[in-house]
Design a protein. Structure first.
Lengths: 164, 170
């Protein structure tokens, strides 16, 4: 078989080449597996916001969070849907069960019109994300306030724990 | 005569573009990944069960778990105290509570509701732990494998009755 000069040159170059062979197969394997794992875990929609200041308690509950109004009770302040409404210290000092600014905010949010019928059940739902160190006294005030503001379906956000 | 060798090309894959993509994607996904999964615990507010007052019969169980600073008190609203679980190693003994809940569930298989009553200074974490033990437990009934069993999933939360005196409590 005759080779054209160009092919000869290519073959010669190929023979004389110092072989620098980087074996990347296992690296690519790992990366590919990682990508699939991360993509599948990222595709789960996060409905609850995450706050660094709030350490949720752990629980074995496995109900998925619904998309509701979120009341965050951190060690220092009460936040409704990303807006700060009250200071925890003030609330603890107050005597009554109802937290007035929280009630006003919740009532404002409760006035929102529900367009789709299937979302009607979630109108009265509220999710409480409480720091694990808050006292029951504070939690009770928040629950009473949300009940007064016609949010009767209360659920607690927890960190899921898997134990054997 | 010259030996004619088979000119065998080394198979080479051009993967540089693929690696570039992966190297960018992996840190991005790692930074956005959330490794703690969140869940919610539904509460049954006591106000909703007000209309069922006529169902209150003698053999009906109205389970109440009172969280005291030094113990957990499990009782029936009608029958009185069932068991008092003292604190162990300055933690509330949730394991004993879970075992007790499973015993009670075997005696009253139809009951689904329970009430957790806590004092004003009870921390939220303890409340959630107790609710956890009341809602579901793990038992190895029959087999060697632990199975998650539902105990009293409809948990409501309330205030603990105020102790009238220390003598009354013990």
């Amino acid at each position: 078989m005759m080779l054209t000069p160009l092919q000869k040159r290519a073959a010669r170059k190929d023979r004389n080449k110092q072989q620098l062979d980087l074996n990347l197969v296992s690296l690519i394997d790992i990366f590919t597996i990682l990508i699939f794992f991360l993509l599948s875990s990222a595709s789960e929609v996060e409905t609850l916001p995450s706050f660094k200041a709030v350490k949720l308690p752990e629980s074995t509950a496995d109900t998925h969070p619904k998309e509701t109004i979120v009341v965050v009770i951190s060690g220092a302040e009460i936040i409704v849907d990303g807006r700060k409404v009250a200071d925890v210290a003030d609330v603890l000092r107050a005597d009554g069960d109802v937290i007035a600014p929280l009630k006003a905010e919740l009532e404002l949010l409760g006035k929102r019109q529900v367009i789709r019928q299937e979302n009607l059940a979630q109108k009265a739902a509220v999710t409480i994300m409480g720091d694990k160190d808050i006292p029951y006294r504070l939690l009770r005030k928040v629950m009473v306030t949300s009940a007064r503001a016609n949010f009767t379906d209360v659920s607690f956000a927890v960190r899921q724990r898997f134990d054997v | 005569m010259r030996v004619r060798r088979l000119r065998k090309e080394v198979a080479a894959l051009e993967v540089t573009a693929f690696i570039n993509l992966i190297v960018v994607l992996v840190p991005f996904l790692l930074s956005t990944a959330v490794f703690t999964r969140l869940a919610v615990m539904d509460l049954t507010l006591p106000a909703q069960s007000n209309t069922k007052l006529e169902q209150l019969k003698g053999n009906d169980l109205k389970l109440e778990i009172v969280i005291r600073p030094e113990a957990l008190e499990v009782g029936d609203r009608i029958g009185g105290l069932i068991q008092r679980i003292e604190k162990k190693d300055s933690h509330h003994d949730v394991k004993t509570l879970s075992a007790l809940m499973q015993q009670i569930k075997q005696r009253f298989p139809d009951t689904k509701t329970a009430t957790v009553l806590s004092e004003p200074d009870t921390s939220y974490e303890v409340l959630v732990q107790v609710m956890d033990a009341v809602r579901a437990g793990r038992s190895a009934n029959g087999g060697t494998k632990l199975v998650r069993v539902e105990l009293f999933p409809d948990v409501s939360v309330g205030d603990a009755p105020v102790l009238r005196g220390k003598a009354n409590a013990s």
